[in-house]
Design a protein around this ligand. Structure first.
Ligand SMILES: NC(=O)c1ccc[n+]([C@@H]2O[C@H](COP(=O)([O-])OP(=O)(O)OC[C@H]3O[C@@H](n4cnc5c(N)ncnc54)[C@H](OP(=O)(O)O)[C@@H]3O)[C@@H](O)[C@H]2O)c1
Length: 243
C-alpha cells in the first residue's frame, strides 16, 4: 500500500514541488492550503501528472481546521507516514505600517503560522503518524533561523527579526519533538530548502538562485529518509546546517 504524506501549504512554491516529487515517487499526497479551491486545484494539477493527490483546506493557525484534516485523513487513509510542515509566511514583507524593529501584527502572523501552526499540526496528526511503521516529520526551516549564522558578523546578512525568530523556534521544536519521540520509529528533521524562486517575498523570484523544485529536493530527501542524519538534525542541500 502506498505511503501517505501530508504537505502543509502545498498549493504552490516549495510545498507544491514537494508534493509533486513525493507523488511521482509513489506516495499518496494530501495537498493543503487555506483555500479549499486552491488545494483542490493543486491536487488536480498533480493528478494530471499521474499523482494520487487529494486536496483539502487547512489553516494551520486554526486548531479546528487542523483537527478537521486529521479526521479526514483518519477516515480516508487510516494512518500517516510523512508530515511535511511547510506552510510559512514572512509577514514582515507586507507589514501594515512602519515599525521601529518589528511590526506587532507581522510578528503575530509570522509566529502564529510558522511556529504555533506547527505545534497545532503535530498535536493533531501525531496519533496518525504513530500508526505508521516509520513516520517522518519534516519541518521546513531556513538557514535564516540558524542562531550560529544569525550571530556572525557579516554586514551583508539580511535582518528579518520575526521570521528569523520563528525559524529558530521551529528548530527548537524539531529537537524537543525528536526527544519526545525517541522511543518510537518516528524521525524528525529541520530542513533548509535554500533561497528559492517562489512567491514567498518580493525578492524571491528576482534574486533566488534555486527553482522551487530544487528547494524541494532536500525536503523530499529527508521525507524519504535518503539522508545520512539522525532524528533531530538540521540539514540542507549541502548536509548539516549549524543550529
Ligand atoms: N523560498 C525560499 O527561499 C525559502 C527559503 C527558506 C525557507 N523557506 C520556507 O519554505 C516554506 C515554503 O515557502 P515558499 O517559498 O514555498 O512560500 P510560498 O510560495 O509563499 O508558499 C507558502 C505556502 O504556505 C501556505 N500557507 C501560508 N499560511 C498558511 C496557513 N496559515 N495555513 C496553511 N497554509 C498556509 C500557502 O498557501 P495558501 O496561501 O494557499 O494558504 C502556500 O501554499 C516556508 O516555510 C518558508 O519559510 C523558503
Amino acid at each position: 500500500m502506498a505511503e501517505v504524506a501530508v504537505v502543509t501549504g502545498s498549493t504552490r512554491g516549495i510545498g507544491f514541488e514537494t508534493a509533486l516529487a513525493l507523488g511521482l515517487s509513489g506516495y499518496t499526497v494530501v495537498v493543503t492550503g487555506r483555500s479549499e479551491q486552491a488545494a483542490v486545484a493543486a491536487a488536480r494539477l498533480l493528478g494530471e501528472r499521474g499523482v494520487d493527490a487529494h486536496g483539502h483546506r487547512l489553516d494551520v493557525v486554526s486548531i479546528e481546521s487542523v483537527q478537521r484534516l486529521a479526521d479526514v485523513i483518519a477516515r480516508d487513509h487510516g494512518r500517516l507516514d510523512v508530515l511535511v510542515n511547510n506552510a510559512g509566511v514572512a509577514a514582515e514583507w507586507d507589514a501594515p505600517g512602519p515599525s521601529r524593529y518589528a511590526h506587532p501584527e507581522s510578528v503575530r502572523r509570522t509566529l502564529e503560522t510558522n511556529v504555533i501552526g506547527v505545534f497545532h499540526t503535530v498535536e493533531a496528526l501525531l496519533p496518525l503518524l504513530r500508526r505508521s511503521d516509520s513516520g517522518r516529520i519534516v519541518n521546513v526551516s531556513s538557514f535564516m533561523g540558524s542562531l550560529t549564522l544569525q550571530s556572525r558578523a557579516d554586514p551583508a546578512d539580511m535582518v528579518v527579526p520575526a521570521y528569523q525568530a520563528s525559524k529558530a523556534a521551529l528548530n527548537s521544536l524539531t529537537i524537543t519533538l525528536s526527544k519526545v519521540l525517541a522511543d518510537t520509529s518516528i524521525k524528525v528533521f529541520s530542513v533548509d530548502p535554500g533561497f528559492a524562486q517562489t512567491d514567498f517575498s518580493p525578492i524571491n523570484r528576482a534574486q533566488a538562485p534555486l527553482t522551487a523544485a530544487q528547494g524541494a529536493e532536500p525536503v523530499v530527501e529527508a521525507a524519504m529518509l535518503k539522508i545520512d542524519a539522525a532524528s533531530g538534525s538540521f540539514i540542507g542541500r549541502d548536509g548539516v546546517v549549524p543550529w
